[in-house]
Design a protein around this ligand. Structure first.
Ligand SMILES: [Fe+2]
Ligand SMILES: [Fe+2]
Length: 136
């Protein structure tokens, strides 16, 4: 099982209430999925939870992109492409994976979690630092 992610780690806190809330929820969903899969659950319930996590990720990315659009952030196209890559990877991985292919699904999940944490720490940070500086 993955170690619990400390979402109060300053590296993961953007200082934007709703975005921070969404990051916590998204990471929490992936952690919960990891726990269920590590316990050997690979049924329809887990597939539904993956769909739910993806839908939530899509909503989060939309909200973040709206903020970037409103702020006219110069690097938003590049950032949007990264979000699209996450959705494409997640969709591809899980659509092709049969419900009972446990180790691949777990590996995929951990890969996605690492991708997401790195994305928050580096890429989201870049935008929110810029936003904070600009409104200072
Ligand atoms: Fe984000
Ligand atoms: Fe992002």
């Amino acid at each position: 099982m993955i170690a619990a992610i400390d979402m109060t780690d300053p590296a993961l806190v953007m200082g934007h209430a709703s975005i921070d809330e969404q990051h916590r929820a998204l990471v929490g969903m992936i952690e919960e999925l990891d726990e269920r899969m590590a316990r050997g659950e690979f049924g329809q319930g887990v597939l539904d939870a993956i769909q739910g996590m993806m839908a939530y990720a899509a909503t989060h990315f939309d909200d973040e992109e709206s903020l970037m659009r409103e702020a006219e952030w110069p690097n938003q196209a590049e950032h949007r492409a990264m979000h699209a890559e996450f959705m494409q990877k997640t969709g591809g991985f899980f659509e092709d994976a049969p419900a009972d292919s446990e180790w691949t699904s777990l590996d995929v999940l951990r890969f996605l979690l690492h991708w997401l944490l790195k994305h928050i720490k580096i890429e989201d940070r870049r935008f929110f630092d810029w936003l904070t500086e600009r409104s200072a």
